[in-house]
Ligand binder design. Structure first.
Ligand code: BGC
Ligand code: NOJ
Length: 798
């Protein structure tokens, strides 16, 4: 619950679960789209606007001479009371002014292509109130990029229709579109406007529309320029009386033959049937209850009782919720991602899955197949694909050599969660070409061998365009500021090697071997194991700098991330992956590397990516050295990779340190420093400014980041240590020593595991006894138990 509308930055929420989505800020800013934030944007939004977050779903209330908005913006009349509650897929904003209370509940019913706004007005005063209510949205002319750039055309194309209380947006419907949008209210209206200039006035802002000041609309019909939808309602309220209205912003697709009702008049039937579904408060309330039950059910799959509210809130609610959002949105639409730039990332979407797969495994399976379909026979793949077409994006291309390996992560996570090995036999296209389909297992094999077949001079993996760190562009050598670091390769990639991919290969190579053995492919498993062992050796021989793992070899074969370097002596990614791969654990390499992380990379707000940060542009390193020191990939706390270190720490049993790192970046632990942190204290952000930054601790790029799934994975599977495996749940916690234990409820393969972990000897790691339904087990692998039942699992650490 937010109690001051002036948050340090707009704090937003996402509405929608499947096809239809809205972003909404705590003051009612934001926009709506169907499936694709670029191609099917319903309402307009101006990024990086002045003032920030202007444009959204607004209501204006005129009460005598006072004009105000329930969410404070856009009018900004001081409110007598304000609160905004962001919840699971809904937002409820309440404002109180001069004894009138206005509550706006926004949500998208399950499986529905429309956003509901239930508006409740209450007169708490002792006098009768005669209120004037204006709604406002601004239509986007569908293609969000074109909408913001192609004014010579789109100032002339806008078209609307108005019938009863419904305003229809039909720009381009007469030509190639089979869709229109509408904005309705379930009451007769006393007027409307659909032309922006008429409603607002050419020289006004959203805060002071002419129509609201005048106290009446003009019933304008937009022809070109900027179509809007604004309803006007006159509402009388006796003392203590309330009125509830249901507004709906909907999206409709119609068959070619069904497009028209009569000449130039659109077929409104589909819209009217959507409106009818929710034309009463009872129907809306029922759908809202269903949405709540849906979320309760999803979140019931995994929940903990740790004794610390902040941790419980992250694990049980917000981190899981964010994982759903990253699964749905990838990196497309947030307040930092404009919705027109990026599609679904190959590596991003695979990683997002590990935080989501337990929620809706069927959707995860479908996603894995979509992703794998954009791979090529040699294992390489498109770096991104478009959600609308599911086709690889050739403008961006491929050759990010870490990409293929993440498919092994997502696939094995899915099979461990579900036991559904049939995915491996599914025929999956290469390059989206069904005639080139092979079994999904062949895709994993291609991923594995893509690394084996692309080794450099030290028998380490060639980096290609970049590895996970998109900004370490070792073959780019760009001198042209108009060139993209992401898509340019001016040098042949035959020398630059990545220790991050090397560690990643050992981790997921071992997973691949394990999977092969699991399905009886012993020979393939043995052969693959040989390659993994060779990689371990190559890392020991050429990837160790004395106190930590090197990061890479550059185009010239020179070390990166070495004490020999003047800047960028040590990097987080290779410490994370080589520790997780346990390279040289017996020789103490893991411990030493992680101690070096503590010494050189850790700071008050988290672990920075590299140190010292680069102070000048290194043409042979690329984009990483373009960022000012302490920001983004150049010495920022890039939260996505902090959990790799947490997991690394659990490999050597250091639960205190793993948890310390966890709490440093977990949003619920940062509430007290919200003014510095700036972004939402309920979701992870991509980056917090690092120790060398101008403002250490200030965060950016909240919501859409692999940080969500990796932190969820680290806390649940490595710190709390409850890991789905092929034959059951393996329980191997690594917690702070002063914890007495914790409880987790985990639904797994149809059964409910009520897990209680006790820590009587106050250790960090080690399981002394495992009990299942009162029976002592021989190991900490809790077997698959009877479906449909609850089972008691007791773990005694020691
Ligand atoms: C950002 C990266 C991002 C890349 C691709 C870079 O400018 O720093 O974090 O992955 O662009 O969009
Ligand atoms: C964000 C990108 O989406 C992701 O793919 C990349 O790994 C990180 N930035 C680090 O560069």
């Amino acid at each position: 619950m937010i109690t001051d509308p002036k948050t340090p930055y707009p704090w937003i929420n996402y509405l929608g679960n499947e096809d239809f989505f809205s972003l909404t800020s705590n003051t009612g800013g934001g926009y709506t789209f169907y499936k694709d934030a670029k191609f099917r944007r319903l309402t307009r939004y101006r990024y990086n606007n002045v003032p920030v977050d202007d444009g959204g779903k607004y209501f204006y209330i005129k009460d005598g001479d006072t004009v105000w908005s329930p969410g404070w913006k856009p009018v900004k009349t001081p409110l007598d009371h304000y609160e905004c509650r962001h919840g699971m897929s809904y937002t409820r904003i309440k404002g109180l002014k001069n004894e009138v209370e206005a509550e706006v509940l926004q949500f998208i019913p399950l499986g529905f292509w429309g956003e509901i706004q239930k508006v409740k007005l209450t007169n708490h005063g002792s006098e009768k109130k005669s209120l004037k209510l204006f709604s406002l949205i601004e239509w986007c002319l569908w293609n969000a990029e074109d909408d913001m750039t192609n004014f010579q055309r789109n100032f002339s194309t806008g078209e609307v229709e108005i019938k009863d209380s419904v305003i229809y947006h039909k720009t381009e419907f007469k030509e190639r579109r089979n869709h229109y949008a509408f904005y309705s209210v379930n009451q007769p209206i006393q007027g409307y406007d659909t032309d922006r200039e008429t409603f607002i006035g050419l020289y006004n802002g959203f805060d002071s529309p002419d129509a609201v000041a005048a106290g009446h609309p003009s019933n304008s019909v937009a022809h070109g320029w900027s179509p809007i939808a604004s309803h006007y309602l006159e509402i009388d309220l006796e003392p203590d009386e309330s009125r509830e209205l249901v507004f709906m912003l909907g999206y409709v697709e119609v068959e070619e033959s069904e497009k028209w009702e009569s000449k130039a008049v659109i077929n409104k039937r589909p819209a009217l049937s959507m409106i009818e579904k929710f034309n009463s408060v009872e129907k809306v309330d029922k759908a809202f209850t269903e949405l709540g039950e849906y979320w309760d059910d999803l979140l019931d799959t995994l929940s903990i009782d740790s004794g610390d509210d902040r941790l419980d809130r992250m694990v049980n609610i917000w981190n899981q919720y964010q994982c759903m959002v990253t699964f749905n949105m990838s990196r497309s639409a947030s307040f930092f991602e404009s919705g027109i730039g990026r599609g679904m990332g190959f590596r991003d979407s695979n990683q997002d899955l590990i935080g989501f797969v337990h929620q809706i495994p069927d959707r995860a399976r479908e996603r894995i197949v979509d992703i794998a379909s954009t791979q090529f026979e040699d294992g390489s793949c498109y770096h991104q694909y478009q959600p609308l077409t599911k086709k690889g994006n050739s403008a961006i291309g491929g050759d990010f050599n870490d990409d293929p390996l993440w498919l092994i992560l997502s696939t094995t996570a899915y099979i461990k969660e579900t036991g559904d090995f049939s995915l491996l036999d599914e025929m999956v296209p290469f390059d989206n070409d069904v005639s080139r389909a092979k079994s999904h297992f062949e895709h994993l094999k291609a991923s594995f061998y893509h690394v084996v077949n692309n080794l450099g001079p030290h028998a380490l993996p060639l980096i290609g365009r970049a590895d996970w760190n998109d900004c370490l562009n070792l073959n780019c050598f760009s001198t042209d500021p108009n060139e993209s670091f992401q898509t340019t390769g001016n040098k042949k990639g035959e020398t630059a090697e990545s220790l991050m991919i090397a560690g990643l290969f050992v981790v997921y190579g071992k997973e691949y071997v394990k999977l092969c053995r699991q399905i009886g492919k012993e020979k393939e498993g043995d052969e693959a194991e040989g390659h993994v062992e060779q990689m371990v050796q190559a890392i020991k021989d050429h990837g160790w700098d004395g106190d930590w793992y090197l990061r890479a070899y550059d185009y010239y074969g020179k070390k990166i991330g070495s004490d020999e370097n003047e800047e960028g002596k040590i990097f987080i990614e290779s410490q994370g992956w080589c520790s997780m791969a346990e390279i040289g654990k017996e020789e103490g390499m893991v411990e030493k590397a992680l101690d070096s992380v503590k010494e050189h990379l850790d700071c008050e707000y988290g672990i920075v990516l590299n140190s010292p940060a680069f102070s000048k542009y290194y043409i042979e390193y690329g984009e990483i050295s373009t960022y000012p020191a302490g920001y983004k990939e150049n010495g920022g706390i890039f939260c996505h990779n902090n959990p790799w270190i947490m997991i690394g720490e659990t490999m050597i049993g250091r639960g205190d340190r793993a948890y310390e790192y966890y709490t440093k970046i977990a949003p619920s632990f940062l509430e007290e420093i919200s003014d510095l942190h700036k972004v939402e204290p309920y979701v992870y952000c991509q980056m917090i400014a690092g120790k060398e930054a101008f403002k250490p601790g200030e965060a950016k790029n909240s919501w859409l980041s692999g940080t969500a799934s990796w932190n969820f994975y680290a806390i649940t599977q490595y710190i709390l240590g409850v890991q789905p495996d092929y034959e059951g749940l393996r329980i191997d916690p690594c917690i702070p020593k002063d914890w007495d234990g914790f409880k987790m409820t985990r639904k797994f393969r149809g059964a409910t595991y009520k897990i209680e972990v006790q820590n009587p000897s106050h250790v960090s790691k080690g399981v002394r006894e495992t009990w299942v339904n009162g029976e002592k087990m021989s190991s900490n692998l809790v077997p698959l138990l009877e479906k449909g039942k609850q089972h008691r699992v007791k773990i005694i650490m020691g």
